[in-house]
Each structure stands twice: as structure tokens, then as C-alpha cells.
Design a protein around this ligand. Structure first.
Ligand SMILES: Cc1cc2nc3c(=O)[nH]c(=O)nc-3n(C[C@H](O)[C@H](O)[C@H](O)COP(=O)(O)OP(=O)(O)OC[C@H]3O[C@@H](n4cnc5c(N)ncnc54)[C@H](O)[C@@H]3O)c2cc1C
Length: 301
């Protein structure tokens, strides 16, 4: 698709950044994938609204990018407009009493740390998840038997026409690693509810969680767990029991440390990762008649 960025630029303030043919691999933790036709970091809600209206008017597809820690972007890249809410405007965190109001671009680590400093517990589990609030809401990210939406009091979303909506967290339909609303809407802001506690107790919990991660997860580039856990068994255990740890396709390898992580040894391309995913799915299907579902969001062409 040949896109004219000039007409988009004309709709936006100078503070918003637009790039043409932007490489996306370095913007993901797996570090594979092609280019975006257009990449935008809006600097205000008005600019985001203008970009969404421009994309509708010109029939340009829009893809949201968070911290890219749960994405497998294919080698052909993403057609249309990729939007990142990483500008400061969308990354604020404000604390009032037991509530933390966070922009969708705020990092989860920052949210967990701010919550600790304010003496609010309940968000410690977010400390080691390398995403931002928008991505965590979309995925209903979870760890240590806790889920993002457990602590969401309210979220503000924007639909593809640029209109804002506010939802009570308890009213939003969520599942294991999914929030159907956010496949259509864009998360703009969320209010998280903490529980008053002692910052040093919170620190201990966070340290404990991060120690557990260090022992069980590889440090090499990855997108976290590649597959959703089927009912009653972990995908990592299934993969491990089939002796697949260490299996390679090109520069993509099933981690020796954690069977559910596919790591990039340095020069992997998305096609390597896709082949490895298929290999694992076929082996698990033929051994156990279980269809492993990919957790990581595969986007692009
Ligand atoms: C080392 C490692 C450890 C991990 N550990 C965990 C873990 O313990 N638990 C867990 O659940 N996950 C884990 N993950 C996966 C990942 O970090 C989480 O799913 C995280 O929430 C994704 O956030 P992100 O900002 O990176 O989103 P991205 O990967 O950028 O995007 C994920 C999805 O969210 C959408 N999206 C992004 N922003 C918005 C928005 N503003 N509005 C609507 N949709 C949006 C994207 O389009 C995409 O579909 C891990 C990943 C790594 C690399």
C-alpha cells in the first residue's frame, strides 16, 4: 500500500511524530518482523482522534503497538498505520488515595513501582511483565495467579471513530489472556485500585516475584510464553516432556530453561519462529491430541 503521510501530517499537531516505512522488529521484545507503512506516536488525544478519522476516511487499517512484548510481527511488516501511545502524554500515572490513574502507554514496571511507593499493594505481579498498560489490558495479562482486570476499577477507551467511552472494570468481559472489547476499541486510560499496605512488605513481595522469574525465564529476546496453557496442564510442561527444549529453526530456539519460550538467538526472522510454532503444535497434537493455541499476537503479513 502506498500511503501519503502528508495528508495525515496536515491533520496533526507538530508534537506528534510520524515515520514512514518504520522498522518494527526493534520495537518488539522478540526483535523480528518487517516494517510499518506508517508509524505514529500521537502527542495528544486530539491527534489520536484526528489520526483515527483520517484512517477511516482513507480506508487505512490501524494496528496498536504497546511495548511489543506479546507480538510476533511477520517479516512482510504491517500495512497501514501503526499507532504507539508511548508519548509522555499517554504515559502518566497519578495517585489519589487508593487509586492509580494510568495512561495506556505507562509501563507496567513503573505502575508497580509507583504503587509500592504510594503504599498500595495488589499490583506487585505486574513488576516483571515488560509491557505497558494498554497491552496488559488487551491481553488481561497475569502472573502469580493474579490478572490485570482484578484491579481495574474503570477504563477509558476510544472507538475507531474517535469517540470516548468509560467502562466499569467489573462490567468488561475478560478471559484468560483476552479482552474482546479491546480488539475493537483502543485503551486510553485505566484506574487501578490498590490496597493500603507497607511499602517494605510490597517490596519483599516484588523481590520474591522477580527472583522466581529470574530462575524460570530466559533473558534472551522472546515474547514471553508463546502458547496459552491448555486446561489443567502447562504448555511448557507438555513441550518439555516431548524433549523439545533446545529445538531450533534458523536462529529461533525453544528455550532450554522454559519450554514455552521461543527465543531469538540473534538473527532470527519471523518465518523461523512461525516454523517452530508449527513444529511444536504438530508434535503436541500427535502425542496428546491437544491443540496448542498461540498466546502471542501474530500480526502483519
Ligand atoms: C520476558 C517476558 C515475560 C512475560 N511475562 C508475562 C507474564 O508473566 N504474564 C503475562 O500475561 N504476559 C507476560 N508477557 C507477555 C507480555 O509482556 C504481556 O502480554 C503484556 O501485557 C503485553 O503488553 P505490551 O504493551 O507489550 O503489548 P503489545 O505486545 O505491544 O501488544 C499486545 C496486544 O495489545 C494490543 N494493544 C497494545 N496497546 C493497546 C491499546 N492501547 N489499546 C488496545 N490494544 C492495545 C496490541 O495491538 C496487541 O494485540 C511476557 C513477555 C516477555 C517478553
Amino acid at each position: 500500500m502506498v500511503l501519503n503521510s502528508t495528508t495525515l501530517k496536515e491533520c496533526l499537531s507538530n508534537a506528534s511524530r510520524i515515520k514512514v516505512d518504520e522498522s518494527l522488529g526493534p520495537k518488539t521484545t522478540l526483535r523480528v518482523g518487517g516494517h510499518a507503512d506508517l508509524f505514529l506516536q500521537p502527542a495528544s488525544r486530539d491527534d489520536l482522534i484526528a489520526a483515527l478519522r483520517w484512517s477511516r476516511m482513507h480506508g487505512v487499517p490501524v494496528t496498536m503497538l504497546g511495548r511489543g512484548s506479546n507480538l510476533l510481527i511477520l517479516d512482510g511488516g504491517i500495512r497501514g498505520l501503526v499507532i504507539s501511545l508511548s508519548d509522555r502524554f499517554f504515559s502518566r500515572i497519578e495517585v489519589q488515595d487508593e487509586r492509580l490513574t494510568c495512561g495506556a502507554g505507562a509501563r507496567l514496571k513503573q505502575l508497580a513501582e509507583t504503587s509500592r511507593m504510594a503504599g498500595l499493594s495488589g499490583l506487585e505481579f505486574l513488576e516483571g511483565i515488560p509491557g505497558c498498560v494498554g497491552g496488559a489490558l488487551h491481553m488481561n495479562a497475569g502472573a502469580m495467579q493474579q490478572w490485570t482486570f482484578d484491579r481495574v476499577e474503570k477504563i477509558t477507551t476510544m472507538d475507531r471513530e474517535g469517540d470516548l467511552h468509560v467502562w466499569k472494570g467489573s462490567e468488561v468481559e475478560v478471559h484468560y489472556r483476552s479482552c474482546p472489547l479491546l480488539r475493537e476499541h483502543i485503551a486510553i486510560e485505566a484506574v487501578f485500585l490498590g490496597t493500603q499496605s507497607n511499602p517494605s512488605v510490597i517490596r519483599k513481595t516484588m523481590d520474591n516475584y522477580s527472583r522466581r522469574r529470574r530462575l524460570s525465564q530466559p533473558v534472551a529476546s522472546s515474547a514471553g510464553c508463546m502458547f496459552k496453557n491448555p486446561d489443567h496442564i502447562s504448555a511448557g510442561k507438555l513441550i518439555d516432556e516431548l524433549g523439545l527444549k533446545g529445538t531450533r529453526v534458523g536462529e529461533a530456539m525453544i528455550s532450554e530453561l522454559h519450554g514455552n519460550f521461543i527465543v531469538n538467538l540473534g538473527g532470527a526472522v519471523a518465518a523461523d519462529v512461525v516454523s517452530l510454532i508449527k513444529l511444536v503444535q504438530e508434535r503436541v497434537m500427535s502425542a496428546h491430541q491437544i491443540e496448542l493455541e498461540v498466546e502471542v499476537q501474530v500480526v502483519g503479513e
